[in-house]
Write a protein that binds this ligand. Structure first.
Ligand code: AMP
Ligand code: MG
Length: 350
């Protein structure tokens, strides 16, 4: 049985928040909106509830969750030895879409962190997420509220489609703001390392703490083999149903290549989808199923539309998808990372 409640994100009704918090306190699973994507949350300290998250998502147990806190005292309940650099980042970016890797306290069930000695923590900025955590009086561990390997959910409808009947409560708080997940940073190193590009641009983090290394997993150039530094990154993620090809290079050559390949497919009787941008969509034949992510000069719009466009491709029932590569800058670094993964690393360079 899955209940659905609606909450206005700009003016969250306190009694509905209380109602939802009771679910968390009782060890149940609650899907809730954050400023990045919808999360599937449970009480961090309830290992039975945590195991249920993995079960309903079909998530491999070696892919750890993110612990969501509403204040610094909750951070101190799950992590210790918070470094100076982390404090600077927290002051600048929390609440917000930056996840930081800390040393994990023993009280945190190891399942949360996939048995790593570390724990990933962030303080969400979304009023519903913050109120829910505060009212539950416990940090909420949550991955994205989708079935594993599917595009992340940016609306309650996406959550319903993937998880209805499998979880206890869905809070419908409308569309999420950023549309891509949080940036993940490991600061347990001399030079901090970006594990996953996300809603907070790498450039902004470097402005606060200086140079940051970029992990191979963040670049997502090839299937990631090693588990140690960025667990979970080795699986196919965010994937639409149809095979997807990402074409990278100079924009005019990208368009030319997609037109050429898609024409060949259509001659074979295939239905082709193209993830295009405002600058390019008119250059494709109308017989292609074109979804415009947004203008290349509005990267936040492109990020916002990414996952719902991937899901739309499923609804259009296309046989093949071509996506235009984007510059690895700002929030588009995150978009490009998700596109590389969604394509299963089918990257065509032109
Ligand atoms: P999701 O919110 O579904 O995108 O999943 C959370 C992501 O956080 C996982 O895919 C992990 O890669 C990452 N993560 C969580 N905990 C850790 C950790 N202790 N060390 C490194 N990465 C982590
Ligand atoms: Mg996820």
């Amino acid at each position: 049985m899955t209940e659905i409640v609606k909450i206005d994100p700009l003016n969250p009704d306190q009694s509905t928040i209380k109602y939802a918090a009771k679910f968390i306190i009782d060890g149940k699973l609650v899907a809730f909106p954050t400023e990045t994507v919808y999360g599937l949350g449970a009480d961090t300290f309830n290992s039975k509830a945590i195991r249920k998250i993995f079960e309903v998502k079909g998530r491999p147990i070696d892919n750890p969750l993110i612990v969501h806190v509403s204040d610094i005292s909750q951070l101190n309940r799950v992590a210790y030895d918070v470094p100076e650099k982390a404090i600077k980042l927290i002051e600048r970016f929390w609440p917000g879409p930056l996840t930081i890797i800390f040393k994990r306290r023993n009280e945190v069930p190891p399942e949360v962190s996939a048995y790593l000695p570390t724990v990933a923590v962030r303080m969400p900025a979304h009023p519903i997420a913050l109120a829910l955590i505060r009212e539950s009086k416990t940090p909420i561990a949550a991955p994205s509220a989708n079935v594993s390997s599917r595009p992340s959910p940016t609306t309650a409808e996406h959550v319903i489609k993937d998880l209805y009947g499998k979880i206890d409560l869905i809070i419908d708080g409308g569309e999420t703001l950023y549309g891509v997940e949080s940036t993940i940073l490991n600061i347990q190193l001399d030079t901090p390392k970006l594990l996953r590009p996300g809603a907070i641009p790498l450039e902004e983090i470097e402005n606060v703490i200086g140079r940051v290394d970029v992990s191979e997993a963040a670049l997502a150039e090839k299937p990631y083999q090693l588990v140690a530094e960025a667990p979970g990154m080795k699986y196919r993620h965010y994937a639409p149903k149809a095979p997807m090809f990402l074409v990278e290079g100079e924009l005019d050559r990208i368009v030319k290549k997609i037109v050429e390949l898609a024409r060949e497919d259509m001659l074979k009787g295939l239905k082709v989808g193209v993830l295009a941008t405002k600058e390019t969509y008119e250059l494709y034949p109308e017989s292609f199923n074109i979804i415009v992510l947004g203008s290349r000069s509005e990267p936040y719009t492109i990020a916002h539309n990414l996952f719902k466009s991937l899901r739309l491709m499923d609804e259009l029932n296309v046989d093949k998808i071509y996506a235009e590569g984007l510059p690895m800058k700002g929030i588009l670094f995150a978009v490009q990372n998700r596109l590389r993964k969604a394509s299963g690393h089918n990257i065509i360079r032109v």
